[in-house]
Design a protein around this ligand. Structure first.
Ligand code: NI
Length: 172
């Protein structure tokens, strides 16, 4: 089932989400709903607070080439356990901040630990777009958006655009 995605500014996008303790069918259903919502958008990552669920859960799939096998990842309680000193910059966007993009610099490689949909612990190193995406999504669980890396002035411009967009949406 597709969920609706919260648009910035929304207080739920600014909160720190508590960890998930016990995996149950409700949480697995939420993860699969989030993947459906992400693919439909389309996007390459989605965090639970973006659909109004305050839980440490993210989904991502950064496979972009057509013809390449999709690789949906479901991460409960993801944690960055190591980051490279080397950085890389990507033009980032966010499904909660539609059609706004900005170049953000982050560690080029990160090692992430998480619990998968079967409750098994996983650890993997990510680089390239995957590294950017997983860091962006984990930020969401801490109430942080990519625009928080920008200057207050740029952030304000984008926030005003989003307020306007939300007003227009509310009218229809
Ligand atoms: Ni985002």
């Amino acid at each position: 089932m597709k969920r609706s995605i919260l648009i910035h500014p929304d207080p739920r996008l600014k909160k720190v989400c508590p960890p998930v303790d016990d995996l149950d069918d409700g949480l697995r259903k939420l993860a699969s709903d989030m993947l459906e919502t992400m693919y439909d958008a389309p996007g390459i990552g989605l965090a639970a607070p973006q659909v109004g669920e305050m839980k440490r859960l993210i989904v991502l799939d950064c496979v972009k080439d057509e013809g390449e096998e999709p690789r949906p990842l479901i991460m409960f309680n993801p944690q960055i356990v190591a980051r490279s000193e080397e950085t890389s910059s990507y033009e980032e966007g966010c499904l909660s901040i539609p059609e706004q993009y900005a170049e953000i610099t982050r560690p080029a490689e990160v090692e992430v630990s998480w619990m998968d949909q079967n409750g098994a612990p996983q650890t993997e190193a990510f680089d390239g777009l995957w590294a950017t995406c997983v860091q962006h999504e984990i930020d969401h669980l801490n109430g942080k958006l990519f625009i928080d890396y920008l200057t207050p002035m740029k952030r304000q411009i984008i926030t005003r655009r989003m307020q306007k967009l939300k007003r227009e949406k509310a009218r229809v």
